[in-house]
Write a protein that binds this ligand. Structure first.
Ligand code: B1M
Length: 211
């Protein structure tokens, strides 16, 4: 089994105590960090999600797989976010109110940083007022909103409306993403951009700043 496949399996089989060694071995074998992420960690997490949905595993296992993923990301993040370019623009990003999922959002943060953006990470469970305050008080080009639950997705729309109500709709461009979010939803709620994954989010941020 190749290294990347082994990393994927380690996420699915909750091998939190083996993932650091596997990740380092892959890096030593010159597997690019982005390949480890996109072809190892992310597909592994996707299998975990399907098993959870089908009732084959339960919350403690999901937590352990998340811990496994985070251990690998701690090794990969400094590589993914190596900055050697001048600032491309300033971004604030957070997971919306009621939602504590942050693995995907953290990958978006690393990729933005790796592509030269200055990123203010607002964390998880961020309420609408906080997003508005951050946009008002900072010179940002982009605000990123992440949601992983269908029940928290409406907080994205609420945040966009709150920005408009505060007269800040034109001050910042809003990019949205997260597993249940789609381009159609982004269009429907008046977001400026949508990223299906971290790479797409970076591309969208670049495009929006260029226009
Ligand atoms: Co949760 N969870 N979870 N969970 N969890 C999901 C999302 C779920 C789909 C699982 C399932 O049923 N199959 C389901 C949601 C169902 C729904 O709403 N339709 C679910 C549920 C139900 C729950 C709880 C309600 C469970 C419970 O308590 N009964 C609970 C909710 C807690 C809360 O938020 N209030 C809960 C809790 C948790 C854990 C804490 C155990 C853990 C989170 C740990 C953490 O994040 N620190 C967890 C996990 C790990 C998952 C799954 C298995 C994996 C999520 C993940 O990290 N994926 C997930 C199933 C799944 O998605 N397959 C699931 C890997 C990550 C790289 O992908 O986050 O999609 P993703 O990010 C991608 C893109 O979406 C995109 O780029 C990223 C990188 O490519 N992206 C953006 C993300 N944000 C972006 C922002 C952008 C642009 C792109 O622009 C700003």
């Amino acid at each position: 089994m190749n290294k990347v496949k082994q990393i994927s399996e380690a996420i699915v089989q909750l091998k939190w105590d083996e993932i650091a060694a596997l990740t380092n071995e892959a890096l030593e074998a010159e597997v690019p960090a982005l390949e480890i992420l996109n072809q190892g960690l992310v597909p592994g997490m996707s299998v975990v999600g399907t098993k959870f949905r089908n009732g084959e595993i339960f919350l403690p296992e999901v937590l352990l797989s998340a811990r496994t993923m985070k251990t690998a990301l701690e090794i990969l993040t400094p590589i993914l976010s190596q900055q050697d370019t001048p600032s491309m623009g300033r971004v604030a990003i957070g997971t919306v109110k009621g939602d504590i999922h942050d693995i995907g959002k953290n990958i978006v943060v690393s990729m933005l940083e790796g592509n030269g953006f200055e990123v203010m990470d607002l964390g998880i469970d961020v309420d609408t007022e906080r997003f508005v305050e951050v946009v008002r008080d900072n010179n940002l080009q982009i605000l990123g909103l992440s949601a992983l639950l269908t029940s928290t997705m409406p907080m994205i729309e609420e945040t966009i409306k709150a920005l408009e109500k505060a007269g800040l709709g034109q001050k910042v461009q809003v990019i949205v993403g997260g597993a249940p979010v789609t381009q159609a939803y982004a269009d429907q709620i008046g977001a400026d951009g949508y990223g299906a994954d971290a790479v797409a989010a970076v591309e969208k941020a670049r495009d929006l700043i260029a226009t």
